[in-house]
Design a protein around this ligand. Structure first.
Ligand SMILES: Nc1ncnc2c1ncn2[C@@H]1O[C@H](COP(=O)(O)OP(=O)(O)OP(=O)(O)O)[C@@H](O)[C@H]1O
Ligand SMILES: [Mg+2]
Length: 508
């Protein structure tokens, strides 16, 4: 791609980009939030038209008017935010829009099985996407692309939602693809991963390519400096601020679900935990082990089958969600598009969401739009949301900047309890440090935090207390001061119970 420039109203997203990608390699694209990575890839995938510049594939110049053109040239893209239809099966999702390739019946099914086996992707064609965890969804997105015959795969932050074991599995898949002569373009903010999987690295800053790095001779620290021009942050909590005043108490929380065949399954079984003022309680677990349901039960989005939830000495077990919000629960949801934003609404409207009845958004029962607008401007400033203004839609922000807006909104109501599900998902290393600081700062003032994260460094670094969740139960606890990400990672797969002791290497 040569001389690529793309302008949006008020923003130059890409400016004179030059990038060369070698066949049969994994090429990583790194850069801070809003640097222009996704935009560049959408141009390569025919979703956006560049204002200037040329694309050359295999020595031939290409012009794309739509993704269909790009697909025809062997390009496929797995997006930063999933694009699957939840209410369809894996097979239906893969076939959707590509019916002419192998039909919609047994030929299609066989093709999916064939691809799945060839690359060790392990997908079940008849599973409903709604019931799949994020790692499985990721694989469905990859199959969708391979099914269409892609030889160049674009993966936009594919690991943001995965826990370490799932990342390893994905990387094994990528190596497999590479050995078949496919080319992979990989975007990630996890610099350690980038260095381990990439053959080449291109750094983008403020919309333009600023350099390349050789993975063999670069440290994560150097890469971070290239990206944001600052040091790599660490999420370590230094001094403890934990008090003995309980803020959230959950006793014996029970949630059941009925499967389509009528069988009753325990989604949450006897969950008991206490988070004190000034305490961060981290929950470790492979996604899909009940974390999402636990959060939904605390938020009042699900009605538990038993148990008591107490916030600051008030029983909220059956309180409606708005009441819980008003009594001081902040919420950073795991899926910002599904539960965090109205993508087609302007930033200031998104700032009001979830806090309609609270100051400064409303006064004496009426919305105060002027105040909400002014406060949105403050959030944009204080949380470094890169945007041309507060009138643009949430959809036009880059993924990481959408996340920063949500964090800013939730921290702005001085919550007593913050439920933070993957608070820095998709956020660059610089902004990540800022969010960690904001959480630590509030914790010093007595904020209680329930932290769920797939990023084990974040989980260990920020938490005062760690619990491991497996199949709807809290099965083990660990001391964040001594546990290593490797030990925590293996505990999450279900082998562990009780208190996890750190085994020093010389004794092991
Ligand atoms: N459809 C759009 N309309 C207006 N502005 C846009 C649109 N898409 C992207 N932008 C702007 O272009 C810039 C680059 O965004 P892009 O999504 O490419 O960043 P990114 O590097 O992928 O960041 P992140 O790491 O946060 O995902 C941002 O300033 C963004 O606000
Ligand atoms: Mg992006």
């Amino acid at each position: 791609m040569h001389g690529i420039t793309k302008r949006f109203p008020g923003v130059v997203a890409n400016h004179d980009i030059d990038i060369t990608i070698r066949k049969g390699t994994v090429h990583a694209l790194v850069g801070e939030n809003g640097a222009g990575k996704s935009t560049l890839m959408k141009i390569l995938y025919g979703m956006q038209k560049p204002d200037e510049g040329t694309i050359t594939i295999d020595g031939e110049q290409a012009t794309f008017h739509s993704p269909a053109d790009a697909i025809a040239r062997g390009i496929g893209m797995v997006h930063q935010h999933f694009m699957l239809a939840d209410n369809l099966t894996v097979l239906e999702n893969v076939v959707l829009g590509g019916e002419k390739l192998y039909g919609i019946g047994s030929k299609a099914r066989n093709k999916i099985k064939e691809i799945s086996e060839a690359y060790g992707l392990n997908v079940r064609p008849d599973a409903l996407v709604e019931n799949l965890g994020v790692a499985d969804r990721q694989r469905v997105e990859i199959i969708k692309v391979l099914y269409r015959g892609a030889r160049i795969l674009i993966l936009d932050e594919p690991t943001a939602v995965l826990v370490p074991q799932e990342v390893d599995a994905l990387f094994a898949n990528l190596r497999e693809l590479k050995s078949e002569g496919l080319t992979v373009i990989f975007i990630s903010h996890k610099l350690g991963e980038v260095l381990s999987v990439a053959d080449d690295i291109t750094v983008i800053r403020r919309g333009t390519t600023v350099g390349t790095a050789d993975p063999a001779n670069t440290t994560p620290k150097q890469l971070a400096e290239l990206m944001v021009g600052s040091e790599l942050p660490s999420p370590e909590t230094r001094e403890s601020t934990v008090t003995d005043v309980p803020m959230l108490r959950i006793e014996n929380l029970q949630l059941n679900a009925t499967d389509p065949d009528g069988a009753v399954r325990e989604v949450l079984a006897g969950i008991t935990l206490t988070i004190h003022k000034g305490e961060v309680l981290g929950i470790a677990g492979v996604e899909g082990n009940g974390q999402a349901e636990l959060v939904e039960a605390i938020m009042g989005l699900r009605n538990p089958d038993g148990g008591v939830v107490t916030l600051d000495d008030t029983d909220i077990s059956h309180a409606p969600t708005r009441k819980r919000r008003e009594s001081g629960i902040g919420y950073i949801p795991e899926d910002r598009h599904r539960h965090g934003l109205l993508l087609e609404a302007p930033l200031w409207e998104n700032r009001i969401l979830g806090h309609v009845t609270e100051e400064p958004n409303s006064k004496r029962g009426l919305l105060d739009l002027k105040a909400a607008r002014t406060d949105t401007e403050r959030i944009v400033r204080e949380y470094d949301v890169r945007t041309p203004g507060i009138e643009v839609t949430a959809a036009s922000l880059s993924g990481g900047n959408q996340q920063k807006l949500i964090v800013g909104r939730e921290m702005s109501h001085a919550p007593k309890l913050l439920i933070a599900a993957h608070p820095t998902r998709g956020v660059d290393v610089g902004a990540q440090a800022q969010i960690w600081d904001q959480i630590r700062e509030a914790r010093r003032e007595g904020l209680a935090v329930l932290l769920i994260s797939a990023d084990l460094d974040e989980l260990i670094g920020l938490s005062d207390t760690l619990r491991v969740m497996y199949r709807g139960r809290l099965v083990a606890d660990a001391d964040p001061a001594t546990i290593t990400p490797e030990e925590l990672g293996s505990a999450m797969t279900g082998a562990a119970s009780g208190h996890l002791e750190h085994a020093p290497e010389d004794e092991a």
